[in-house]
Design a protein around this ligand. Sequence first.
Ligand SMILES: Cc1cc2nc3c(=O)[nH]c(=O)nc-3n(C[C@H](O)[C@H](O)[C@H](O)COP(=O)(O)OP(=O)(O)OC[C@H]3O[C@@H](n4cnc5c(N)ncnc54)[C@H](O)[C@@H]3O)c2cc1C
Length: 300
Amino acid sequence: MTLWHDYYLAQSVADALHALRAHDGQARVIAGGTDLLLDLEEGDVPPPVALVDVSRIEEMTAIYRQGDHIYVGAAATHAQIVGSDLLREHATCLVESCGVIGGPQVRNVATIGGNVAHALPAADGTVSLVALEAEAQVARLDEEGHIQRSWLPILHLFLGPGRSAVDPTRELITAFRFPARMPHEGSAFDRIMRPQGVALPILGLAARVRLTPDGQRFAHVSLCIGPAGPVPFRAREAERTLEGQPVQAEEALDAAIESALQEARLRTSKYRATKAYREEMVRVLMRRVIPRAVDRAQGA
Ligand SMILES: Cc1cc2nc3c(=O)[nH]c(=O)nc-3n(C[C@H](O)[C@H](O)[C@H](O)COP(=O)(O)OP(=O)(O)OC[C@H]3O[C@@H](n4cnc5c(N)ncnc54)[C@H](O)[C@@H]3O)c2cc1C
């Protein structure tokens, strides 16, 4: 069975966007192909005439700091992210989440941009990028064929399960950026996975916390839980419940867990878990991940 006719190895963002334009909606971006090839085989996406491979575009694989932000190219592989000392320091949760995706073969080719563009609410790298309050750079060509780039809050990219606001037949996610880690900040990620599970977790949770200068209270909290709704879920009520509270207060964490359970849209899924089990796992993960982020923020 032929799944596509032409395979185009793009050398630059301009190159990729012009290749997409030349096919007028009949070509599609491919990065590692670990989601897309399955989707094509199963008929979940229409077969494109051409695939435009973005995995060799230098600017899309770069990981660096510029000013107060950390930049991660959308075609950076999970293995690259796990191996980055810069990200270990500034985005510990992202390193932890990319480190559990698939096995080594998958992590060597699968990319963070593909993880986000596939638009599943439980995707591990995505959950951490949301907790890091990342923005995504989306590039497209205007009428005259000039590249237009815009930075969007990452949650703006998600329309529903498997539905991205980025059209991979005409647009590219080129990079992500998020604020560099400040003093008294820390992050953590963990997930609950079936032992024999290969793709998505039963539940994942990422937290980023900033503490007051004495390290005793939450100044700012950002939490992402997935899957807890049709798009990656930012637990904003739970964040507000924690902010201003002492980090050691058990009752504050208990109240935040109750807030998260109230606002989350957990559901039973046929292959992974019941709603009741997921509720219990929200409790487990919040009690595990938030104190770990606090320890890191305190410099432990
Ligand atoms: C065995 C196995 C285990 C897995 N385990 C996990 C897991 O534990 N956790 C998890 O979260 N995922 C897992 N996955 C899913 C998958 O590996 C990840 O989602 C991966 O990050 C997808 O990246 P990719 O580069 O392979 O994307 P691709 O398959 O190349 O692309 C996915 C989609 O995104 C589009 N796209 C890709 N890059 C861009 C871009 N830069 N701009 C715009 N659109 C783009 C494509 O057109 C396609 O629609 C697993 C997959 C396999 C096969």
